[in-house]
Design a protein around this ligand. Structure first.
Ligand code: FAD
Length: 495
């Protein structure tokens, strides 16, 4: 990056969810301090998937001053309290990864230690019954509770979200240019990007370019060759088919992910329709068979033609390289099992804004940005691999491959520590906290061999009282919550 240049003109290439999330946030936070232009091509279009999100998006919208009911109406969103996993540990089993805290936080030891001690003492209530979000989700209930006591996110149409943000970004001064980027022009001296050349001989200059061109990665890879780290050996799924169906029954406040013999299927209910998709590994399942399987496992007649997608799990080696930052699919992709892609857009945008100086960009900023991005991606990668590696399933070549594959040392340490001691530690603002890891590790079938001795310090009657009280609080709160669908209709003003 040419360090003598101050950043005045920012050009965003691409107007999918990534492009407009980036534009809306920069326009709202930096205002007139920068000149912001976004180029997109309606003829090329967007990827057309991306529906399930995680709780930090609630704060992102708040940060941008978005009215939640307006946003939910515009994106046809429902509330989401977590993800229901079917057939992951074994065929016929299920578990739930919820957004909430299970039980009660204690500085020294997570609730799982007290629950395990309770089990040893004859308490047989499942771990799940101590989690408000989980019990509410399965009961189909939702309400905003004081102090955000019910931790939630949304299931939404990301194309509509992009449209909603576009209105905001344009109102805040973003210039939108319609056109196809035909060429990325480099500065002969510095090697930085000088301009985008569009069809019709238009030329758009900038000081800094944000690549939001999706899997094409026209700027960061096509022009700058930042490099790609392929993680297929850990995350073997490389294909997906998406299809939309009408809602059958009230939309549930959770996403469902059903494992099959070469991958998994999603079901994401929005207000007006349900998103379905099959994620699979093309080495073990052919495209036509995958489509048959998806069509055989949806409810209602399809509303759309199947959308066939190919991807490679992995990340761009340098997410910020020279005067170009890759945000969204151009920066990499890990399968949508834990709904992390839109979150990574948000995280990248906010990180970028934090590191944008008034004057020159420092090489140290770029290095810091890339280090932090790399850590985020690696931690999410490990969490995803966990779902494939730790399972009893051996019923197909795909699952046998997953059982045999080597895993990163960082994940091995986490799994084995939990197996031995029941402990999980969150490092460096890791996205998935202890509660998420514990739910998924227990759900996938790890039985810790021991637990923290602090749990044994409670007398039996104290332990009884604690467990009963926590479970009772969850049950009472859920009983008092309204039905999710009715709440959404009321909240969005449809009633
Ligand atoms: P795109 O939507 O592809 O947008 C690229 C933009 O660049 C478009 O505007 C396009 O027109 C423009 N463009 C490209 N080339 C040119 C050119 N030459 N000239 C001009 N413009 C150009 N994320 C989640 O958080 N939750 C999910 O549940 C989820 N599910 C997913 C399921 C699958 C199977 C896949 C593949 C992804 C999923 N994602 C999910 C990820 C999510 O879809 C993306 O992160 C999100 O939509 C952002 O995409 P994008 O904006 O980076 O790319």
């Amino acid at each position: 990056m040419n360090e003598d240049k101050s950043i005045q003109r920012i050009v965003i290439a691409g107007g999918g969810t990534a492009g407009w999330m980036t534009a809306a946030a920069i326009a709202r936070t930096l205002g007139q301090a920068v000149q912001l232009t976004l180029v997109e091509s309606e003829a090329i279009g967007t990827i057309g998937v991306g529906e399930s999100t995680i709780p930090p998006l609630v704060n992102y919208n708040r940060l941008l001053g978005i009215n939640e009911a307006d946003f939910m109406r515009a994106t046809q969103a429902t509330f989401k309290l977590g993800i229901l996993f079917d057939d992951w540990k074994d065929i016929g089993t299920r578990y739930f990864h919820s957004f909430g805290l299970t039980g009660k936080d204690h500085w020294s030891a997570g609730f799982q230690h007290f629950w395990m001690h309770g089990r040893a003492k004859g308490h047989d209530a499942p771990y799940e019954e101590y989690c408000l979000e989980l019990v509410a989700a399965l009961a189909g209930k939702f309400a905003h509770l004081p102090d955000d006591r019910l931790n939630y996110s949304y299931q939404l149409d990301s194309g509509l979200y992009a449209r909603f943000l576009r209105q905001m970004a344009e109102a805040d001064g973003t210039t939108r240019i319609e056109g196809r980027i035909a060429q990325v022009e480099l500065d002969g001296e510095s090697g930085d990007i000088a301009a985008l050349r569009l069809d019709g001989d238009r030329r758009i200059e900038g000081d800094l370019f944000i690549d939001c061109t999706g899997f094409r990665a026209l700027l960061i890879e096509g022009a700058l060759h930042a490099g790609f780290e392929d993680w297929t050996h850990w995350l073997p799924c490389d294909s997906a088919i998406a299809i939309q169906t009408p809602n059958v029954g009230p939309p549930a406040p959770y996403t469902r992910v059903m494992a099959h013999d070469a991958g998994w299927q999603w079901r994401i209910p929005l207000q007006h329709r349900t998103g379905n998709g099959l994620v699979y590994c093309s080495r073990y399942l052919e495209r036509d068979a995958a489509l048959d399987r998806l069509l055989g496992n949806i409810e209602g007649d399809p509303l759309t033609q199947p959308n066939f997608l190919r991807f490679t799990a992995g990340v761009r080696r340098r997410q910020w390289y020279r005067n170009c930052v890759a945000i969204g699919l151009s920066g990499g992709f890990m399968e949508p099992l834990e709904s992390t892609a839109i979150h990574l857009i948000q995280r990248s945008v906010l990180r970028f804004i934090r590191m944008l100086p008034a004057g020159r960009v420092s090489a140290r900023d770029i290095a810091e940005y890339n280090d932090q991005q790399e850590l985020d991606a690696a931690q999410i990668r490990d969490f995803l691999i966990l779902h494939y590696k730790v399972t009893n399933r051996r019923d197909s070549p795909f699952w046998r491959h997953c059982a045999d594959m080597p895993i990163p040392d960082s994940l091995d340490q986490k799994i084995e520590l939990f197996r031995e001691t029941g402990r999980v530690f969150r490092r460096n603002e890791e996205l998935f906290a202890e509660n998420s890891w514990v739910q998924v590790m227990l759900g996938q079938g790890i039985e810790p061999r021991s637990y923290h001795p602090i749990a044994t310090k409670l007398r039996d009657d104290e332990l009884d009282r604690l467990l009963k009280m926590l479970r009772g609080q969850v049950a009472d709160t859920v009983a008092s919550l309204p039905d999710h669908q009715a709440y959404v209709a009321r909240y969005c003003g449809a009633e």
